[in-house]
Structures are given as structure tokens and as C-alpha cells.
Ligand binder design. Sequence first.
Ligand code: GLN
Length: 490
Amino acid sequence: GSTRRHASQISHLSGSSLKELNTSVNALVYIASDGFPVTGGLPLSGFSVAVKDNICTSSMPTTCSSAMLLDFISPFDATVVKLLQDGGAYISGKTNCDEFGMGSLNMYSVHGPVINPYQPPDSSVSWTDRERRSAGGSSGGSAAAVAVGMCDAALATDTGGSIRLPASYCGVVGLKPSYGLVSRWGVVSYADSLDCVGVMARTVRDVRKTYNVLSVYDTKDPTAARPATRLRAAEERDKHQEYSLDSPLSGLRIGVPQEYFPSDMDSHIVQPVRRVLETLRARGASIVPVSLPSTRYALSAYYVISSAEASSNLARYDGIEYGTYIDPPPGTDKTKTAKVYAHSRSAGFGKEVQKRILLGTYALTADAFDNYFLQAQRVRKLICADFDRVFCVPNVLNSTSQSNPDFTGVHVLLHPSAIRTAPRLPSSTDADHDLGAYVQDVLTVPASLAGLPAISVPAGHGMDAWPVGISIVGQWGCDEMVMDVAEICE
Ligand code: GLN
């Protein structure tokens, strides 16, 4: 199937045309078979939404792209799925992802990699001959499905960048909301203190429309921000919203963190970012250089914390209580349950997930705890303090947060979403499969550690003609502000 059809014309495709389109992209791992509902008058009526495969749906499997859950069907719908349906949306299918959300390139999937559907504008190369690039991960399926028009929007999760990175690589919009504003009930946990459910779509307007239906307090999620906290955040935001969104953008202060232009960033990322900043300045916004000095420790702290939490969360998949049971080889003493568990776990988890479990278990052992886990928690505090120092809006979750009296804080931060455009997928003959996946997240993990809202929007192309994304980050609870600024940059 041609992927060049205009996206808006194909978001209501029938199951069989979706299937055909999907063969080249591999974005969907399950396609709904019921027809498009005819309900009208609801906020999301006529809107089709695909759902990342680590979010529970009662009418479709939820595999988390893992052999461990290949035949799992949840007995209930996640709160976010229920909210979409109540809002009139049609759930069109489940999207491919890295196993349990662990990865940056959507290559660690039992369903195979997602192929980035982007086509450089003047490319005369046919679909089958063109360059196969990664769609980004872990929510590569959600990004690709949106990019190619298989749905109007997609739900995804973002623990350390899994929405923003694929959005950047595929040229779509991706929002990671403030931690705790969207319910995680029914979302398969990777790292609870970081996991957020968010939205991807082709425009900020569609992201906002979907987010508005999702950002409600859910008593079933113990980590959800309570109504009083939401209210306080909204009041603080309103107090500092002293700018105009019309031309000129007088009063709007945008911070550019100097640490977000590392030396290993591809040089052609800088040009599109500079262009956006120049446009904003020309329209009256103040561009303010700021410093977030703890940024360089963020990536290491993130991988220690996320792996530690993952090792604990994934302990439940023993093949007996949860997950696929794989019969151990004949002769195994089945009264030794640890051996029986180990067999299912070795067969059910992919190598990246196993690596994280081992790393996380190690970080939590008595010998390593102080040097790794506690140290990472300290870095996390420093990262939060860095952000609180530069924003003009105070952090309602942290009453001790200090703003700098000699500095008029900024409303939002702006930086590149990634250090490069989509990397090429290795062919089966490539010896080196290591694409430096961990480094891809270097610009997205700080906002995750601090629980802040962040959105990636397309900002033109690199010299290779592939999409470049910029991220807008705001204080906790300033999701609307972040979307407002993103809409100006679009
Ligand atoms: N790439 C990061 C990881 O593998 C982030 C993934 C995510 O946000 N789910 O942990």
C-alpha cells in the first residue's frame, strides 16, 4: 500500500485496508474488528485512537510486545481506555512498542521492529527500496500509526522519553503530561515513579482534545494528583500567565538550557531549533539562556532508578501467577519452584528486559544500594531543584523549592527533543546492533525524573531531510501552557 495518501483521508480505514497499510510499517499489533461507531455529540465522536500495547484493553490482547504476555487478554479496560470510549472515541487497535516499554528504537519487540513511515519530501525512491529507519521507541508503533494516518491519535506511555523520542523521529506531536495527572490504572508498570500516559497526534490541537478527556482524577490510581493539588497548580499557573499568545507574544519568556546542546549532538539538529527560536523572538517572546547544571547526571540516575523499579515490577511474571508458563526440560525437580520460575522467565523475557532486571536487582542489593540507588535518588532531587530554580511558576508539589530572587523565571523551556534524526535500522547482516540506544534519551529523561510536562513538536528537517523535533517543558501542572507554546511553534 502507498503511504503517501493524505493522512486525514485514511484515519477511518476499514480493518482490511489498515492491515494492508500495516504490512510495511508494523505499527499495529492488533486491529479492532468491530466497525466505527456512529455516536455523535461527544468530545471525541468520530475520532479513532490506537492504544499502546502495554495499556489494558478487555476486547483486545495486551502483550507488552513480550513473549511473556503473548496470549494475555485483560479482564478489564484501563481507566484511560474507558475515558476515551466514554468520550466517544473508537479504539482502532493496539500499537507495537519495545518490550514492557524498555528501549528507544522499537527494536526489542516480539512483533518485530517498527519501520519509520516518513518519506523525505523529494524522495523518488519507492517504499520497498527506501532507507529503513527506526520509528523511535518505546512507543514507535503509536508514532508511526499517527504519522501514516492509521488513527487520529494514539495513546502511549513515557517513562524516560518513549513518547517524545518517537514523535521527534516520525515528525508528529507527542505529549508527556505532568506525572500524576493522567491515570495509570490498567497500565502495565515499567517504573512506577516515572511512568506517564500521554498522547500522540498530528497536531497540537488533536493532542489537546484527547488530553482534555484523559486528565481527570482517578481514585483507582494511588499516585494520581488529588483534585486540591490540581487546583493549586492551576491557580499558580494563572497567576504567572502574564503573557499574550497573540502576536506579539509580549511577556512570554522562553528558557534555552545550555546543557541541552551536547557535543555528540548532530550538527544539523541545531539549525531547525535556531530557526524556531528566531521566529519566536521576532514575534516578541524573550529568549533567555538558562543553566540546568545537574543535567549531565540525569541519564545514569534514570537508568539506575528505572531498572530498580522494573526489577521489582517484573518479579510477578513467574509463569504461574502471571505470564506464560513454559514447561522446564524433563528431569527438572518441579518442587524447586525457583527453577520452574527461572525457566519461564528466561524463555519469556527478551534480552534487553533481562539486562534491566539484572541491573536493577544489583542496584538494590545491600552492597550496591548506597552507591547506586541512593545516589541516583539524590541526583533526582538536584534535577528537580534545577528546574524549580528557572521556572517563574512555583512547584506546588515541593513547598521547599527555591526560586532565584535575582532572576525573573521563564514560563517554559525549549530544547531539541533528540540529539539526532531517526537512526537507520540495522539490516539482518549487520554485525553491530548497538545503536547507542541509551544515549538517545539524554534530552528527555530530566523532565521524566522531575515529573514535568513536556511536548515534542515537529520543527522542520535535518540536512538529511528527516524530521527534527523540539521539546517544550513546563513546571508541574503547566500542561496547558506547554501546549499553548507548542501550538505557536507548530
Ligand atoms: N528508552 C528509555 C528506556 O528504555 C525510555 C523508555 C520509556 O520511556 N518507556 O528506559
